[in-house]
Every structure is written in structure tokens, then in C-alpha cells.
Design a protein around this ligand. Structure first.
Ligand SMILES: Cc1cc2nc3c(=O)[nH]c(=O)nc-3n(C[C@H](O)[C@H](O)[C@H](O)COP(=O)(O)OP(=O)(O)OC[C@H]3O[C@@H](n4cnc5c(N)ncnc54)[C@H](O)[C@@H]3O)c2cc1C
Length: 508
């Protein structure tokens, strides 16, 4: 039998769910595979609504938007978006601490040795200042500046990337318009029945509440926490990671903006979790992620409301979740993308990134025929790595702390972290070395930012640093700081950049 003989080709993808995950998937598939004749149908039930609180993203989203041909100015205006150069972490290692995890490099590497090793040597002498003074995006965040990075790799203005902060309730409709224009068929209705093949267990059709049956070859579950196809139908199972990340609730509320428009998200540690602050053009998004095992809903609500910078614009809303992921992100002929696939708290704004990775990897491994065990296994292997590496990075924020002012922080500080994280922390503690990955989101500068930001200064530095003459290095460090400061002073104010480039939201 030749390859594919006797097997059904994948001609029709049915997506159930029209939140951020559903419409991003629809837009991605139709843009990249529509020309091959692939049919894409999306079913959503507006009465259920969407989660709608995912407002902070990572730089990868720009690549996604660019790949499917999104016009940046139109997108910014339509979603009331702002630019994001990093995340500020307040009160994490100790109360009163603050550092920024930037989307960019620290200093400049020399002879293959990371800049932070040179910084470490002079930090030991007490003369290098803060490592964060050598990051251009950190300086830009502090000064409320923004400008897209330079394309000239020799320029210090090329050492960063940027993401967006946007109104999540406006992003899915923006993607919907794009997807429908390109040929995605949308059906409104509640899926009340899922039919399966009696032999393979594959999903063959979904039926709406009005009796309309939709057949398909490949199904994408984007039904959010419901997991209608992957869990309620296929009983895929869930890996629960609450042992390491015990936060299981969030209370969210938007408020009026106050002060300058900051180009970054803020995450402030609280007594049993943390609070987010996400500046948008028209308002500020706020939320408090907390562990119900360590505090009450009332206390979490009060802490959120007491810390708002402006008047609340809605009633606070509680969301419940279990941190973890589905045992198989792709099970039978169903791929779970978005909250149906799993959830990791938004401390590093990773959920929309995981949606994007789910789509990208599906495109890379898109099967020609049913069956497709090899593609499915490879997809699950890669997605598992993505989830696990993000999990470790999140746990680091909680575990690398000196806080002992609540039972929650005592628990996080003294817990046993995943072995994979323990190894990474030990490696860094000795010589400032960071284990690198073939796959995975957070690269070396991100690990350095959080480790150093949370006071994990390595005992030693790379011995090759001593080969560079001290006086020369001292001069280089001072010169670099000044050079970065000067470069940032030439950048636009964040709000001015948005206004001058036709990116302002249209107020109706
Ligand atoms: C507290 C919190 C904060 C977050 N913050 C961030 C952040 O800062 N950055 C980030 O990247 N992400 C964040 N996220 C995650 C982000 O909100 C989600 O990843 C994103 O919104 C995707 O959601 P979704 O599309 O998977 O699910 P949903 O938005 O829940 O959409 C589910 C869809 O399925 C449909 N549906 C359900 N059942 C049926 C049915 N039976 N028939 C038909 N349709 C059905 C619904 O109508 C809806 O359209 C956050 C999440 C939470 C909970």
C-alpha cells in the first residue's frame, strides 16, 4: 500500500469556540493553508461568552500577526493596544524590591562570554551598579519611552523586542473579521452532541442545539475551560501542577487610567499571590491571582480594589482554574488549543503565546491524512516541552524568594521545585551559567533577569572574564551605560509614538 492509500485526507477543520484561541486558530489556518483548498469552520456560542482577560502578551505575537498579514497600526487602534517592553516585578524576593524582566539583552557579549559574567566580577568589587542599568528596554521602561528596534545589528537600539498590551475583548473580533474575510465559515450555536467513530474513537461530527450537524476531518477544541471535545468527550486527562503553582483563582477588574502610559506590565507580589497592572490606551487592566488555600476571596478582592490607581469601571469578576495541562494536547483527531489545553497563571503573559505555538506547531505538522500517529506524537512532545519550561520559569519567581511574611511565602520558599528547575538554579548559583534549550520560550536573558532580579547572585563568574584587562572593562561598563542612556533619551514618549503613528483607538 502506498503512503496515504485507504486513509481519509484532511480537507475540513472544525474549530469549536470563538475566543482568542478559536479566532487566532481560524485566522492562522485559513491564512497559511486556505490556498491549498482547506475548509475551516468555526462554531461559537455567544451566550457563553469568552474569558476576555488575556491582555498582556510576549514579542512572539508580533511574528504571528506579521505572518498572517496584520497591519500593526490598524490592530493597535482596533484593540486599544499599547506597547510592552517587559514586565516589572515588585516585592518578589523581598518587600520593597523591584526589577524589570525586559524583552532584550543585557549589555553586549564579549568573546562568547555573557555580559552578566563581566558584570558579576565588577559587582563583586561594588562598582558595576545594577545589571538592569545595562538593558536598553529597562531604561526605556523607566523613562516611559518607546520606539521599534533598529534593524542595524551594530546599534544598541537593536538589542530588544516588543510585545503588546491589548483589550482581549477586542482581539478575538479583530481576528474574526480577518478570518471571515479570508473564507472561514462561522456558525452560531451551542454544541450539544459530539459523535465519534465506533472503532477509532475519532470525532466525526458535532451537533448544534438547533439539530444542525457539522462533520469534519480534524477538530480543534477551543472551548476554554469547558474542554468540550478533549475532556468531556475524549476524557484525555489533566496533569495538575498545583503542587508547584498553588494559585487557583483570579479576581479581575478594569479601572480608569492614571499617570503616564507605561510601556510595560507590572506584577506585584501579594501575601498569597500577586496583582497585575496592564496599561491600555483607554483604561488599566487589573487582577489579583491568588491561592484559595492561603487566602479568602474577600481578602483577595479587597487587596485588588484597595490598590487600584483609578475608579473601577466594572464589578470585579472571579475566575477559577487549575494549573496544568492536558495529558495529550492532540488526542485522536482533536487538538486542544487555548484554555482547553491547559492553563499557567499569567505571571509571564504566556497563554496567548501557547495558543500561538499550538497553531504554529499544528501548521508545521499538519497531517495529510487521518491516523497520523507520528505527527501527533511529535506535536505532543513539543507542546509538553513548552508547557514544562514555562512552568519551571514561573515556579522560579516564587521559589527564589526570601519572603517569610506569610504562610504562602513560607510554602513557596521551602517547597521542593521540579528537578529540572533545581538543576538550572544550581548551575546558575555556581558560575552564572544558564542551561540552554533546543525548544522553549524563555532564553538566557530572561533567566538571568529573574535570577539576578531575585537576588540569586552567582558565587563565581566565567574564568575567561579575567583574561580581559580590568581597566579596559571598567571603561567599557561606564561607556555602555552612558551610551544606552543617550539612545533612550532620543526615543519617543510611549503615548506620543502611538498618537503619531495612527495607532490611537477610535472613540465612537
Ligand atoms: C485570570 C486570567 C488572566 C489572564 N491573563 C492573560 C494575559 O495577561 N496574557 C495572556 O496571554 N493570556 C492571559 N490569560 C489567558 C487568556 O485569557 C486565554 O488564553 C485566552 O483568552 C484564550 O481563551 P480561549 O479562547 O481558550 O477560551 P474562552 O475565551 O473561554 O473561549 C471559549 C469559547 O468557546 C465557546 N464555547 C464553549 N462551549 C461551547 C459550546 N458547547 N458550543 C459552542 N461554543 C462553545 C465560547 O462561546 C467561547 O467562544 C488569562 C487568563 C485568565 C483566566
Amino acid at each position: 500500500m502506498t503512503w496515504g492509500e485507504g486513509r481519509r485526507s484532511i480537507d475540513h477543520v472544525v474549530i469549536v469556540g470563538g475566543g482568542t484561541a478559536g479566532w487566532m486558530t481560524a485566522a492562522g489556518l485559513i491564512s497559511m493553508l486556505g490556498a491549498t483548498g482547506l475548509k475551516v469552520t468555526l462554531i461559537e456560542f455567544e451566550a457563553i461568552g469568552i474569558v476576555g482577560v488575556g491582555e498582556a502578551t510576549l514579542p512572539h505575537i508580533k511574528h504571528f500577526n506579521d505572518t498572517i498579514g496584520v497591519n500593526e497600526a490598524e490592530f493597535m487602534a482596533a484593540t486599544s493596544a499599547t506597547f510592552k517592553l517587559g514586565i516589572e516585578f515588585v516585592d518578589w524576593a523581598r518587600k520593597g524590591d523591584s526589577y524589570i524582566h525586559p524583552f532584550g539583552e543585557f549589555g553586549l557579549a564579549n568573546e562568547g562570554v555573557g555580559f552578566h559574567h563581566y558584570w558579576r566580577k565588577f559587582h563583586g568589587h561594588g562598582e558595576a551598579g545594577s545589571l538592569f542599568d545595562y538593558s536598553l528596554p529597562v531604561i526605556a521602561c523607566r523613562e516611559g519611552k518607546f520606539q521599534p528596534p533598529s534593524e542595524d545589528p551594530r546599534s544598541v537600539l537593536s538589542t530588544y523586542r516588543y510585545a503588546y498590551q491589548f483589550d482581549a475583548l477586542k482581539y478575538a473580533p479583530f481576528m474574526r473579521k480577518l478570518a471571515e474575510t479570508r473564507g472561514v465559515k462561522r456558525l452560531e450555536g451551542k454544541v450539544t452532541k459530539v459523535s465519534q467513530d465506533s472503532e477509532s474513537g475519532d470525532i466525526t461530527a458535532v451537533t448544534l442545539d438547533d439539530g444542525h450537524e457539522v462533520t469534519g476531518d480534524l477538530f480543534v477544541d477551543c472551548t476554554g475551560f469547558f474542554g468540550l471535545l478533549t475532556e468531556q468527550t475524549l476524557a484525555t486527562g489533566y496533569e495538575d501542577w498545583s503542587e508547584w503553582l498553588p494559585c487557583d483563582r483570579a479576581v479581575a477588574v478594569p479601572c480608569e487610567s492614571a499617570g503616564p502610559l507605561l510601556p510595560y506590565t507590572r506584577a506585584t507580589a501579594d501575601s498569597a499571590g500577586w496583582r497585575w497592572r496592564i496599561p491600555l490606551q483607554h483604561r488599566t487592566g487589573n487582577g489579583h491571582v491568588y491561592s484559595s488555600g492561603f487566602t479568602s476571596d474577600e481578602a483577595a478582592h479587597d487587596s485588588l480594589v484597595d490598590n487600584l490607581e483609578g475608579a473601577a469601571l466594572a464589578d470585579p469578576r472571579i475566575l477559577r482554574f487549575t494549573t496544568g495541562k492536558r495529558r495529550k494536547l492532540w488526542n485522536k483527531n482533536c487538538v486542544a488549543i487555548g484554555l482547553s489545553g491547559g492553563f499557567l497563571e499569567p505571571l509571564e503573559s504566556t497563554s496567548i503565546y501557547l495558543i500561538q505555538e499550538g497553531i504554529t506547531k499544528l501548521l508545521e505538522l499538519f497531517p495529510a491524512h487521518d491516523g497520523c500517529d507520528t505527527e501527533r506524537r511529535e506535536y505532543n512532545r513539543r507542546m509538553d516541552l513548552e508547557f514544562e519550561r514555562i512552568r519551571d520559569f514561573l515556579v522560579l519567581h516564587y521559589h527564589a524568594t526570601e519572603r517569610d511574611d506569610s504562610t504562602f511565602w513560607d510554602h513557596m520558599r521551602t517547597m521542593t521545585p521540579p528537578d529540572s528547575l533545581r538543576d538550572k538554579m544550581d548551575l546558575f548559583a555556581a558560575h552564572g551559567r544558564v542551561a540552554t534549550y533546543d525548544h522553549g520560550l524563555f532564553l538566557v536573558p530572561s533567566w538571568i533577569a529573574v535570577l539576578i532580579g531575585q537576588r540569586r547572585i552567582p558565587a563565581k563568574y566565567d574564568p575567561r572574564v579575567d583574561l580581559v584587562e580590568e581597566a579596559h572593562m571598567r571603561q567599557h561598563l561606564g561607556g555602555l551605560r552612558q551610551h544606552m542612556q543617550r539612545a533612550v533619551s532620543g526615543m519617543s514618549e510611549h503615548n506620543v509614538f502611538i498618537a503619531q503613528h495612527g495607532m490611537q483607538e477610535q472613540v465612537v
